[in-house]
Design a protein around this ligand. Structure first.
Ligand SMILES: Cc1cc2nc3c(=O)[nH]c(=O)nc-3n(C[C@H](O)[C@H](O)[C@H](O)COP(=O)(O)O)c2cc1C
Length: 191
């Protein structure tokens, strides 16, 4: 797959085959992703790999409620209607029943950790695409605050969940077409 094809094939996938992704394959993708640039080469990121469907649903339920509560705290939120719709839909799995969920995490005291993890996550998703897997960053899945649950997840104190990414084989190999991109605004060219 050439680079442009890889960029086009990396689409957010939300419908998966009921087929497990071997942890060894996830580890290969992690090895690719750590080639990402990161401030001062600190490589402060960490990973949590979850393939247990029951645990994933528990995290989805907690995150879903956290999302609803956070929208409620902000009466001007543009997500108000969406959050309201979610309130009575306990069956919703914000991880789309993916066979695997990877959290990329990092220490809160590294000032560039969000940027570092953001770039790493892009590498992660592109590497997965290159291996025939589909991914989707699930921002809503990062809303776990309960200390006992975070401990169960293996997250050390002073670290936070940054990028929750689901990963699996796209149902029937279907990759949706790229959603429209707006023409980028170049504010100024100074020559
Ligand atoms: C920070 C971030 C958070 C996202 N959160 C969600 C989410 O909670 N649920 C979801 O279905 N997709 C989520 N997405 C996926 C975006 O909706 C998707 O990337 C966007 O629509 C463009 O589609 P594409 O990835 O196929 O190019 C998120 C993406 C990013 C980068």
């Amino acid at each position: 797959m050439d680079f442009i094809e890889l960029l086009e094939k990396r689409r957010s996938i939300r419908n998966f085959e009921d087929k497990p992704v071997p942890v060894a394959l996830i580890k290969e993708i992690i090895q690719d992703s750590i080639k990402a640039p990161n401030a001062s080469n600190k490589q402060a990121w960490n990973f949590i790999i979850i393939t247990n469907a029951e645990f994933m649903k528990k995290l989805s339920d907690i995150s879903r409620q956290g999302f609803i509560d956070s929208v409620k705290r902000n009466p001007d939120s543009p997500l108000k209607e969406y959050a309201k719709g979610l309130e009575n839909r306990k069956e919703v799995n914000c991880f789309f029943d993916a066979p695997c969920l990877v959290y990329i995490t990092g220490p809160t005291n590294v000032s560039t950790i969000r940027e570092d993890v953001g770039i790493l996550a892009a590498y992660f998703m592109l590497s997965a695409t290159n291996k025939g897997l589909g991914t989707c960053w699930i921002g809503m899945g990062g809303g776990v605050r309960d200390k006992a649950v975070l401990k169960e997840m293996g997250l050390p104190e002073g670290h936070h969940l940054i990028a929750p990414i689901i990963i699996g084989y796209a149902k029937d190999g279907k990759i949706p077409p790229m959603r429209d991109r707006k023409e980028p605004t170049i504010l100024k060219i100074i020559e």
